[in-house]
Design a protein around this ligand. Sequence first.
Ligand SMILES: [Zn+2]
Ligand SMILES: [Zn+2]
Length: 285
Amino acid sequence: MSKHAIPLPNGRKINWPTAVVLFFLHIGAIAALFMFSWKAFLVAVALHWVAVGWGISLGYHRLHTHQSYQCPQWLQYFFAVCGTLTLEGGPMFWVGTHRVHHAHSDEAGDPHSPRLSGAFWSHMGWILFGETHHNDTALMAKFAPDLAKHKFYWWLNTYHWVPVTVTGLALLAFGGLPMFLWAFCFRIVYGLHVTWLINSATHIFGRRRFETSDDSRNSFILAVLTFGEGWHNNHHAHQTSARHGLAWYELDISWLTLKLMKATGLAWGIRTAKLESQVLERKAA
Ligand SMILES: [Zn+2]
Ligand SMILES: [Zn+2]
């Protein structure tokens, strides 16, 4: 697997289309604060759970990248569509980038390592600078060959911006400006930053339960904000475990959702790590 197809910190050329879109989304997110409405806020919360909770955490991450459980094909496709609503790119791009992160965590080749390239790069610099290959589906197929077998994922990866654009126009048309600012601009900006904090903050701040070779850490606050993704040190130690919060007090909303999916027959073959496997436990670094 070539590790040079993923953006690395040597690219200092700003990615203008991405930068302009992110700039206007941030303006919209700030404007939302001056147009508060409970209805718009609650729609934003619901869409955040669908996009980040289902799309990123249960979909792109635990299902598509790590195959930590199985579910019906239609649900796999549905979760992938939910993932595109975050504006974090299509499934093959996301999965490919994340697999390279695990293959080279905090070593040469990691697309977003604070140890190698600093906190800003690991948070959003890697998105803003250089070529991010969002739409280069043929290239991303090398990193996600399992997804590349599905025509649907090829289409969705190339046109990942279509579902989110349609959603934005529908929110504006049927809900008006406050609904658009909250459920589109604010919701996307918030979702991007909490996801990016997993790449930046949980490789810098927090407690390490497992002595992994990378700098990954566990963060309760980020676990609450990301439906359980904040137990990032647990995850690096047990990458194929569908359960990231391993102790009863480690809130993992995606794990609770998965238990509900299992009870209703929507998920099976669920892989989990046991807390007793923590032979290398140590105090916070
Ligand atoms: Zn990591
Ligand atoms: Zn992972």
